[in-house]
Design a protein around this ligand. Structure first.
Ligand code: FVH
Length: 292
């Protein structure tokens, strides 16, 4: 029987995200069984209509579809490995944040154990689950994904990235990297403006107003990278180096470290030192590839 047909779902892990997921599944008419290491956290879920299982094995036996919302890769393997026999023939959707290779490792283990495995990545915060901005990425066993899809779609937009179980995680890590670097930029700007008494909130508003129209240039920059020639006459390495040097000097003059800015300048310097100062600055993308 498919995971959809039974419409029963087990949720392992009732932290902020697991709780939001269990609640959303209940609200959308799914019969839910929950398990959490700290059993007290199951109480509000039981009061709201879920069944609580005393052990992971009991929780797994209750449903054809098992959603894993524990902390990290280690906690996933700690709790799934011992119940491989119970998981056999069921669908596991692992929503825990892991690296692509950790996802592939769990997928290989699941394949050996006869468990249908889908790896997921949640591009949302707990309060967004089930709302319009919530998006979840999936990769791995496509047939299992398809069978679980109607339950998964209640959590947010569901996008299947491909059969390689690491793909959802890879995109998650890539998008989170962009987010982290962007917000590091907020912190740098805030630190600089605080030196003249401007509150962080005010600078954050300024940064947002500045970045919103700038973001529309992203696809054009990406097209230069896809073109691969780096000779479009856009902003060059040498031009960017001068700009970056000013940012670094201005930070230091205000008594602010340039530690967040320096890596970018270092990559530009490397291109200039190897005779590529006239290239589009986006050529730094080539320096990010580490040969294995
Ligand atoms: N919260 C968010 O905004 C992000 C959004 C993007 C995706 N992440 C990932 O989702 C996973 C769960 O995150 P969470 O927000 O639910 O995390 P916590 O509230 O800290 O709850 C953690 C749960 O994991 C249980 N747990 C931790 N270690 C173990 C262990 N060794 N064995 C069994 N369970 C463990 C913990 O149990 P307890 O402390 O209540 O007993 C919670 O149920 C995560 O991968 C995020 O990166 C969320």
């Amino acid at each position: 029987m498919s995971a959809n047909a039974k419409s029963t779902v087990t949720v392992l892990g009732l932290g902020a995200m697991g709780s939001a997921i269990a609640e959303r599944l209940r609200r959308t008419g799914h019969t839910t069984t929950v398990w959490n290491r700290t059993a007290a956290k199951t109480r509000p879920h039981v009061e709201a209509g879920s069944a609580a299982a005393p052990t992971v094995a009991d929780a797994v036996r209750a449903s054809d579809l098992v959603l894993v919302v524990l902390l990290d890769h280690a906690s996933v393997r700690e709790h799934l490995d011992p119940v491989a026999a119970e998981l056999r023939g069921r669908t596991v959707v692992n929503l825990v944040t892991t690296t692509p290779n950790q996802a592939r490792e769990t997928a290989a283990w699941a394949a050996e154990e006869g468990i249908a495995y889908v790896d997921g990545a949640i591009m949302a915060t707990p309060d967004m689950i089930g709302g319009p901005g919530s998006r979840l990425l999936y990769s791995g066993d496509e047939a299992a994904y398809t069978s679980a899809r109607s339950a998964l779609e209640t959590l947010g937009t569901a996008d299947f990235e491909g059969a390689d179980a690491g793909l959802a995680s890879l995109k998650d890590m890539a998008l989170l990297s962009a987010l982290d670097l962007m917000f590091s930029g907020y912190v740098q700007a805030i630190a600089m403006m605080r030196t003249v008494g401007v509150p962080a909130v005010e600078t954050a508003r300024e940064v947002q107003a500045w970045l919103e129209p700038m973001l529309s240039y992203g696809p054009g920059l990406a097209a230069i990278i896809d073109g691969g020639t780096y000779d479009t006459g856009g902003q060059s390495v040498d031009f960017s180096r001068a700009g970056q040097a000013s940012l670094i000097t201005a930070s230091r003059e205000q008594g602010i470290s340039a530690a967040l800015l320096e890596p970018h300048k270092k990559l530009l310097d490397e291109l200039a030192a190897t005779g590529r100062g006239d290239s589009d600055w986006l050529r730094i993308v080539d320096l990010l590839t580490i040969s294995k």
